[in-house]
Design a protein around this ligand. Sequence first.
Ligand SMILES: NC(=O)c1ccc[n+]([C@@H]2O[C@H](COP(=O)([O-])OP(=O)(O)OC[C@H]3O[C@@H](n4cnc5c(N)ncnc54)[C@H](OP(=O)(O)O)[C@@H]3O)[C@@H](O)[C@H]2O)c1
Length: 199
Amino acid sequence: MTYAIIGFGKIGQALAKAFARSDIDVSVATTRDPESYASEAAAIGPSVRPTTLSDAIKADVIFLAVRFDAHRDVAKALPDWQGKVIVDVTNAYGVPLEKLGDQPSAQVVANAFAGGRVVKGFNHLAAGALEQDPNVNGGRRVVFLSSDDEAAVTEIGRLAVDLGFAPINLGGLSEGGLLVQARGNKWGHLIFKDLVKFD
Ligand SMILES: NC(=O)c1ccc[n+]([C@@H]2O[C@H](COP(=O)([O-])OP(=O)(O)OC[C@H]3O[C@@H](n4cnc5c(N)ncnc54)[C@H](OP(=O)(O)O)[C@@H]3O)[C@@H](O)[C@H]2O)c1
């Protein structure tokens, strides 16, 4: 399985730190020349590989860590995302509902990534919390996942465990998944709830 993070801002770097901590290879890409952020990537760890957008989208699993409005530009990079898992880490806070066609934001992302298997996840924590070691006093920091694709959410759940988190599956994007989606000027009820699970 190969992994990429599109967007290397606050949340992209927080995710990259999680991959580096677990020594799992991940490509990172933005609209910029990878050389321009190579030193930031190197500072996070050797498993974080700066690359071009066209190279990053070859990965099996792609974390979408760009501002919500930029998801359409990323989606245009491939005509068909068949077989790929897109982890939607965006928060559409403040995006007018009419711009979303009154749909949940993750559904809008799923529509844009035609053929892709979208999992909403890793978006409910501020970057400053997500970048911390998820092992907290012997428990594991919770990440919420939701998807209309059972196999995809299982796959990302396994990855979350490998990254040291405790994944909780909320169900479909338009069901439990609404709890972690911003809508207009409202945050989903589980957003910013930094929880730790003890087995
Ligand atoms: N910050 C948080 O605490 C937090 C927490 C949870 C979720 N989120 C969500 O995560 C997303 C990113 O937030 P952020 O705070 O990390 O934003 P940010 O710091 O502004 O970073 C955005 C990144 O996306 C890249 N980018 C923009 N357009 C792109 C495109 N078309 N193709 C590839 N890369 C592109 C930018 O790089 P270039 O412009 O240089 O290409 C930059 O690296 C947002 O949807 C936000 O709501 C943020």
